[in-house]
Design a protein around this ligand. Structure first.
Ligand SMILES: *Cc1c(COP(=O)(O)O)cnc(C)c1O
Length: 396
């Protein structure tokens, strides 16, 4: 497949004055390092909630659980989607009320359900009978969201297959939930993370509408439609704007539901935090494996195990900025650990200015989501990715 050559322009990813301030802020800090610009997260939250005025936002905590981010979102009125008792403890320790939390993970132990219920959480997602029976036993009368299966087609990081069930299974689960004394509350789906095909929401919403109508015939009125995450961040491959996503998705819901609009919730993870993160890294070595090899190998101090696991299959292409001048060579980019799968990009060719030297800094943009929370604890002894908050506000 032909691709445009990779051409990095700084302005596409950050205002130059903001970048200058972040460079100065980090110049004496050891690398690798993740810098999170709190103001940019806030802007993303405002953008999403502004474009979906009637939706409630449940931030998917797993994308980046730094307390400063959670606290800021909490102050702005966000709710939170959490997936484990550890995330629950974290949220409660920050003073977030259990009414603001949903247990969105369909894979959970009965003891975890009881742990959530004891601490006041009443909203649970499910996609199987075993889990539903556990919810009925450990969280009596709780509100339940039923997750439908989506294919994840069009997503750079599909989450499908593992979660959700077909409409025929979900239909029976909804009736069963009522009979178990639970409150069948709504439907949920996730079209896949970094979903670049807006039409995927159309399909999923239509499937939900079908189920809404089917269970209504049995006297069950569902109230909530949880449209998950999947909203875009700015990587190398282009996407539509959040405004365009919102316009289309709202139109899909209105076309299907008409005057009978459900309460809508969104669970953004990536789209709120990714663009606000920059990983500062350093070139360790530049080498050629044979005189006749076209491409130089460039080793930097962060790789798959240090937080860039989403480079698996080159799924997510992070914008990468090398300072330096001169002709830009196509390179193979790899991480620092002693595992040969720790190669970041080999097929997709990044460019590096020819005067780049070991010791130079490299800036990896759009790394605020799924980096630190994914980094390994001590492979080869490397510590988990260190992160700092940059909080200079709007005035840059
Ligand atoms: C991970 C996850 C999200 C966040 O998805 P993004 O694509 O990062 O926005 C939302 N909902 C659920 C249930 C998830 O597991």
């Amino acid at each position: 497949m032909y691709r445009e050559p990779y051409n990095f322009t700084l302005e596409r990813y950050i205002e130059p004055s903001r970048f200058a301030a972040i460079k100065e802020f980090t110049q004496d800090m050891p690398t690798p390092l993740l810098v999170m610009d709190l103001n940019l997260v806030e802007r993303k939250y405002d953008e999403l909630s502004g474009n979906f005025p009637s939706a409630d936002i449940f931030y998917a905590v797993k994308a980046n659980p730094m307390p400063e981010i959670l606290r800021m979102l909490h102050e702005k009125g966000s709710s939170f989607d959490i997936a484990s008792r550890y995330e629950l403890d974290l949220m409660l320790s920050l003073g977030v009320a259990p009414e603001k939390l949903s247990f969105g993970n369909t894979i959970k132990k009965k003891s975890d359900i009881a742990y959530f219920y004891d601490r006041g959480v009443r909203l649970f997602a499910t996609d199987s009978e075993t889990d539903l029976l556990n919810i009925a036993a450990a969280a009596p009368q709780a509100k339940v969201l039923f997750r439908i299966l989506t294919e994840g087609t069009g997503a750079d990081w599909p989450l499908s297959r593992k979660f959700g069930a077909h409409a025929d299974i979900i239909y029976n689960l909804i009736l069963q939930a009522r009979d178990l004394g639970l409150e069948p509350y709504g439907l949920s789906f996730h079209v896949g993370s970094q979903q670049r095909d807006i039409g995927q929401w159309d399909d999923a919403i239509a499937r939900c509408k079908y189920l809404y109508d089917a269970v209504a015939e049995d006297g069950i009125e569902l109230q909530m439609l949880n449209m998950g995450g999947g909203f875009p961040a700015s990587y190398v491959d282009p996407t539509f704007s959040v405004e365009e996503y919102a316009k289309e998705i709202i139109r899909f819901v209105e076309e299907d539901f008409g005057d009978n609009m459900p309460q809508i919730i969104l669970e953004p993870g990536r789209s709120l935090v990714a663009d606000a993160g920059i990983i500062v890294s350093e070139v360790i070595n530049i080498s050629r494996k044979a005189k006749t090899n076209m491409y130089q190998w460039v080793f930097i101090d962060i790789g798959k195990f240090g937080g860039l696991i989403e480079t698996i299959d080159e799924s997510i292409k992070f914008p990468i900025y090398f300072e330096g001048e001169g002709m830009a060579d196509e390179i193979i980019l790899a991480g620092p650990t002693c595992d040969s799968m720790d190669i970041l990009y080999e097929n997709f060719k990044y460019h590096m200015p020819e005067n780049t030297q070991p010791g130079d800094r490299v800036y990896i943009f759009t790394t605020g989501a799924y980096t630190r929370s994914y980094s390994s604890i001590c492979f080869n002894g490397f510590p988990p990715l260190h992160a700092v908050i940059f909080d200079k506000g709007e005035n840059l």
